[in-house]
Structures are given as structure tokens and as C-alpha cells.
Design a protein around this ligand. Sequence first.
Ligand SMILES: Nc1nc2c([nH]c(=O)n2[C@H]2C[C@H](O)[C@@H](COP(=O)(O)OP(=O)(O)OP(=O)(O)O)O2)c(=O)[nH]1
Length: 132
Amino acid sequence: MLVVAIALVAADGRVLLAQRPRGSRHGGLWEFPGGKVESGERPEAALVREVREELGIEIDPRDLAPVGFASEAEAKRHLLLLLYRADRWVGEPTALVADRLAWVAVEAMPALAMPPADRPLVEALARPLDRP
Ligand SMILES: Nc1nc2c([nH]c(=O)n2[C@H]2C[C@H](O)[C@@H](COP(=O)(O)OP(=O)(O)OP(=O)(O)O)O2)c(=O)[nH]1
């Protein structure tokens, strides 16, 4: 299963997380907005579609930069999760699907309940901030 997700980075460095609806798989956990890539769909096009559906914002695919990926064995399938980042978008993100949204400092993410695959991605996101 190929999933694409986005780290929307605000001017103050905080990143948008979405809380998965209670009752769904991983319900209540905080994640990067995104979703499954459909058959024959370009990953970047899937991400542009997902943020439109879930957040009501528009992103130019040229503003998507790769951060890293996670490869995670699940019970009945294998999850390949690609994380991109974007510093530019049009519109104000709205919780159209998630229970709620929050702008979170990357340093605060390890304390949040997130799906296991997201842990290495949070580290990848934090890495550029470690540089002098
Ligand atoms: N969008 C997103 N999905 C994530 C993250 N981490 C993680 O393990 N996932 C998993 C949860 C879901 O199984 C899948 C995302 O697909 P989706 O959001 O379209 O899935 P869905 O609710 O339909 O869930 P399901 O069919 O797997 O039950 O990737 C993340 O940071 N962002």
C-alpha cells in the first residue's frame, strides 16, 4: 500500500497534523495529512488531491519536496509511506475529514500519539533543524 503525506510548514516552523477520526484505523492518532495513492495515479497528484479533499487547500506539485519515507510491515499488508513537505499553499487548512487539526512544533511531536511509521519521519523532518 502506497501512502503519501504532507508536512505543511508554517512561517514559524510549526507543522500541521491531523487527528484521525475516532473509530477508524489508528483512530485518535495524530498524522500528517494525506492518503492512499490510487492505481495509475502519480504520487504528487495523489497528494494534491488528498489535501484538497481533507484540508480544502491547493498546493502546486512543484512546491512539494521529498522529506523521506517509512517502510512498515502491517498485519495483512506492507505500508510504504512517502512524506513530502511544502512551505506554500493557497487557502486556510480546514478539518474536512480529521477530528481536528493542530500546528505542532517538530520538537513536540515525539510526545504525541502517532502511528508507528511516523516516528522515523518525524526524525527526518527534524534533521535539517539540527544543522548549525
Ligand atoms: N495520511 C497518513 N496516513 C498514515 C500516516 N501514518 C500511517 O501509518 N498512515 C496510514 C494510516 C492508513 O492506513 C493509511 C492512510 O490511508 P487513508 O487515510 O486513506 O486510509 P483509510 O482511513 O482509508 O484507512 P484504511 O483503509 O487503511 O483502514 O496510512 C500519516 O502520517 N498520514
